[in-house]
Design a protein around this ligand. Sequence first.
Ligand SMILES: Cc1cc2nc3c(=O)[nH]c(=O)nc-3n(C[C@H](O)[C@H](O)[C@H](O)COP(=O)(O)OP(=O)(O)OC[C@H]3O[C@@H](n4cnc5c(N)ncnc54)[C@H](O)[C@@H]3O)c2cc1C
Length: 246
Amino acid sequence: MAIEKFPVRFAWRRMATPHVMHLAFRRSDETPLDFVPGQFLNLHFDTATGSTHRSYSIANPPDADGLLEIAMSPVAGGLATDVLGTLEPGQELLASGPFGRFVLREEPPCRYLLVGTGTGITPYRSMLPLIRERLGEGCRFHVALGVWRREELLFGDDFLRVAEDSPGFEFTACYSREFPEQPEAWEHAGYVQTLFSSLELDPAADTVYLCGNPGMIDESVEILKAMDFTLKQLRREKYVSARPAA
Ligand SMILES: Cc1cc2nc3c(=O)[nH]c(=O)nc-3n(C[C@H](O)[C@H](O)[C@H](O)COP(=O)(O)OP(=O)(O)OC[C@H]3O[C@@H](n4cnc5c(N)ncnc54)[C@H](O)[C@@H]3O)c2cc1C
């Protein structure tokens, strides 16, 4: 069955961090897209050799305004990078979706560990209103974001705000390249998966979501399996590239 495509109009772009572009679109038919936080969209565009598409997690919660935000990590010479980096407000692209099953499921004794590297944090930003609801039901959350250094903390303020006003919600930033001289209590040195050993994870009560860099996901799965987590408890969304790395 052919996948239904719909036109989206480019609304705005800003640099969210020195290396990540935050972009927003609206459906040109003004119909809000019915998506579940955690899902992704495909953006379609033409290239010299034909039409292609790239996938991007939706970075905002569903809202009446119909805005569809994404965060893109530009890749030098990347096809989508070139297209999305040069769009002018009002220009149209075709999109399809929403796709994916990387959504917050109701897990009975619930503590969620939500792990992301770089733009892999975006699905959790989309989930924030849902996370607040589940916190109200007694669930607990720990969001862990892995980036190179503090200035790359994508959407960090959004998570820190929830951590400030919601008992039961924790946020940790993990820096793999540069650790601040005066770190905050929520900052950790090392790859995000090096945090796991200090979290008192419990396979009987915890569910882990892993999103972003495929290498981080593979290593995390091995560490968590060694802690007796089953694959069913480890939800994964790999940001695989459309082509093999050069
Ligand atoms: C389900 C899903 C969700 C995704 N969500 C996001 C998202 O929210 N944000 C986001 O930024 N990306 C996301 N991606 C990745 C995204 O779809 C593109 O692959 C990425 O933006 C690069 O596309 P491009 O056309 O610019 O580069 P391409 O033309 O595809 O790649 C050009 C060259 O760069 C290499 N390359 C591609 N990506 C990288 C990289 N990250 N680092 C180093 N080299 C690379 C390729 O192997 C290729 O050789 C997602 C992927 C999947 C499968």
